[in-house]
Write a protein of this length. Structure first.
Length: 195
């Protein structure tokens, strides 16, 4: 869903296996910011890289243009496709310092916070290139002069961050990768990802 001239909200259904033959249906939200380069806010679960790349191509952009993934936190439904996207594009990954280890070594997260189906939801560890802190400004550069302002918002996880997109005539409380009212009822036309 196209929210602003620069922001797209993508929603991907997936399920969490909780017992043999029993699963819980869930939805992962990913935000795409289109400036000179492309920035993803979270990546959904393993397998979401394919519909993300397909969506980017469908809007006339090259998925290789993804330069940054900002992780709002390190839960499986937010980091599952990070490794595949980073491997496919060479992009940088940014996250709050306290969430870094859970992205760079997903086995630690699986041990410390076991989630049913973890290995199906998370496609592997990724390298963090930027550590975020409250008040940081991430310049997305280019002619659009887009900036993401980082707010430390512990709660859902101890070190969650929320983001405010500013520039190019917009100032939208964006992208905490939890769907807000503007995108609640929109579903991506892509096939589900994950398992």
């Amino acid at each position: 869903m196209h929210i602003t001239p620069h922001v797209h909200a993508l929603r991907f259904p997936f399920n969490v296996p909780v017992a043999p033959g029993i699963s819980i249906d869930r939805v992962a939200s990913v935000f795409l910011i289109c400036g000179e380069t492309l920035t993803l806010i979270d990546t959904g679960v393993a397998g979401c890289e394919k519909p993300i790349f397909e969506y980017i191509a469908a809007i006339g952009r090259d998925p290789a243009g993804i330069s940054l993934i900002v992780q709002t936190h390190a839960h499986p439904d937010h980091i599952g496709a990070t490794r595949a996207i980073q491997t496919g594009t060479g992009c940088e990954v940014a996250v709050h310092a306290a969430e870094r280890e859970w992205i760079e070594n997903v086995a630690v997260q699986n041990r410390e916070r076991p989630v049913p189906g973890f290995d199906l939801l998370v496609g592997g560890s990724a390298q963090v290139g930027r550590v975020l802190a409250d008040g940081d400004v991430i310049s997305l550069g280019g002619d659009h002069r887009l900036d993401l302002i980082v707010f430390h918002t512990p709660g859902h996880s101890p070190e969650s961050v929320s983001l405010l997109l500013q520039g190019a005539g917009c100032s939208s409380p964006a992208m905490q990768s939890r769907c807000r009212a503007t995108c609640r009822s929109t579903t991506m036309p892509s096939p589900p990802c994950g398992h």
